[in-house]
Design a binder for this molecule. Structure first.
Ligand code: GDP
Ligand code: MG
Length: 394
């Protein structure tokens, strides 16, 4: 007998972003209400979403509602942040890694400062897919809706998205929430949901970029040599390929002598695989956790970076005092840490706990960090700042 085929629903992390009061929470509630009718979600009311519980992520407090629901195709984990500050903290700390975002913009306001700021951050943390929901369509006429759409397409292009192809849906989250079945009511939400299903492809691993693997561990196999262990982040690692071991100021050329998955030698391993890699001629004392094993000459080693940073408030366990240029502390990312100097923009005299902005990082030694990589800064083992890399500089 043939076994019944079990098709697992794919998972997608999504969130609502956009200017305060443009209707993010109302839209989130409307989505659950409409899916609840088909038994695909539990209805979560506006008040329940807006009273999102506090959660601790990397030592900072974030209010964010995490709501699960399904369409016929997929399962979604949806993040709605009650406030602008919560959104910033959530994004910078990487507390929820969104695959896609629904950018909510109120038709009667058009794009506002936080619309821009959220879009900028979305781009910086690597969110590839944006869907625009032009909300409060009940308040304006058709011409104004068209104008907002044009403005949004320009804005998206300004921030490096393809403004021509980003889907835009006009609707009214409030009407939908009130059970209205006219064009801008419930049907606009159903259209949003089917757009989410169709426009955001299943999340795939990057197999085309040169391989890259952060080193989690290393040990010596007597008679064979040094084996490094980690999970391949991107690309395909082939036996006999040339590679670089990079980090902490070192750039060591080597060759992949053997690749093992679950202790079996394989000709190649793919992004997502956890592997042990035998490195030709490598001394165990040259390897440090936090170094990267990369395809030869594919990565850029530097100690200069630009980053978006958020300094925790005193209540969040952060500093009491302001931060000035030449602020030196220990920086943590992934499995490693290193001394770092933080300099502010030349025009900026200081930053206060609770502030966020762009800063320049100078690491004690050269490392490979990639755009979107999160890090924290600690003083005496207490997290005082969280950030993401936005630029590598030579
Ligand atoms: P958020 O700050 O982006 O989460 O916005 P909210 O969801 O809290 O909505 C802000 C205000 O706009 C509330 O008073 C909502 O009732 C109202 N609102 C939300 N959606 C609509 C809509 O489609 N039409 C109208 N007229 N008002 C709306
Ligand atoms: Mg809200």
């Amino acid at each position: 007998a043939t076994e019944p085929q079990f098709v697992e629903k794919k998972h997608c992390n999504i969130g609502t972003i956009g200017h305060v009061d443009h209707g993010k929470t109302t839209l989130t509630a409307a989505i659950t209400k409409i899916l609840a009718k088909d038994g695909l979600a539990q209805y979560v009311s506006y008040d329940e979403i807006d009273r999102a519980p506090e959660e601790k992520a990397r030592g900072i407090t974030i209010n964010a509602a995490h709501i699960g629901y399904s369409t016929k195709l997929r399962h979604y984990a949806h993040t709605d942040c009650p406030g602008h500050a919560d959104f910033i903290r959530n994004m910078i700390s990487g507390a929820s890694q969104m695959d896609a975002a629904v950018l909510v913009v109120a038709a009667n306001d058009g794009p506002m400062p936080q619309t821009r700021e959220h879009l900028l951050l979305a781009k910086q943390v690597g969110i590839q897919y944006i869907i625009v929901f032009i909300n409060k369509a009940d308040l304006v006429d058709g011409e104004l809706l068209e104008l907002v759409e044009i403005e949004m397409r320009e804005l998206l292009s300004d921030f490096g998205y393809d403004g021509n192809t980003v889907p835009m849906i006009c609707g009214s989250a409030m009407k939908a929430l009130n059970g209205d079945e006219s064009e801008f009511g419930a049907p606009s939400i159903r259209k949003l949901l089917s757009t989410m299903d169709e426009y955001v492809p299943p999340i795939v691993r990057d197999l085309s970029s040169p391989f890259l693997m952060p080193i989690d561990n290393a040990f010596t196999v007597p008679g064979r040599g040094t084996v490094v262990v980690g999970t391949i982040k991107r690309g395909i690692m082939k036996k006999n390929a040339e590679a670089d071991l990079l980090g902490f100021g070192q750039n060591i050329k080597t060759t992949i002598s053997d690749v093992q998955i679950f202790k079996n030698s394989v000709p190649e391993a793919l992004a997502g695989d956890n592997v042990g890699v035998l490195l030709r001629g490598m001394k165990i004392k040259s390897v440090q956790t936090g170094m990267l094993l990369t395809a030869a000459k594919s990565c850029f080693l530097t100690n200069h970076y630009k980053a978006k940073i958020y300094f925790l408030t005193r209540n969040e366990g952060g500093r009491r005092k302001p931060i000035f240029s030449k602020y030196s502390q220990q920086m943590f990312s992934g499995t490693w840490n290193i001394a770092v100097r933080i300099d502010l923009e030349p025009t900026q005299q200081m930053m206060m706990p609770g502030d966020h902005g762009e800063v320049y990082l100078t690491l004690l030694e050269d490392m490979v960090m990639t755009v979107g990589q999160p890090f924290t800064v600690r003083e005496n083992n207490v997290t005082v700042a969280t950030g993401i890399i936005t630029e590598t500089r030579s």
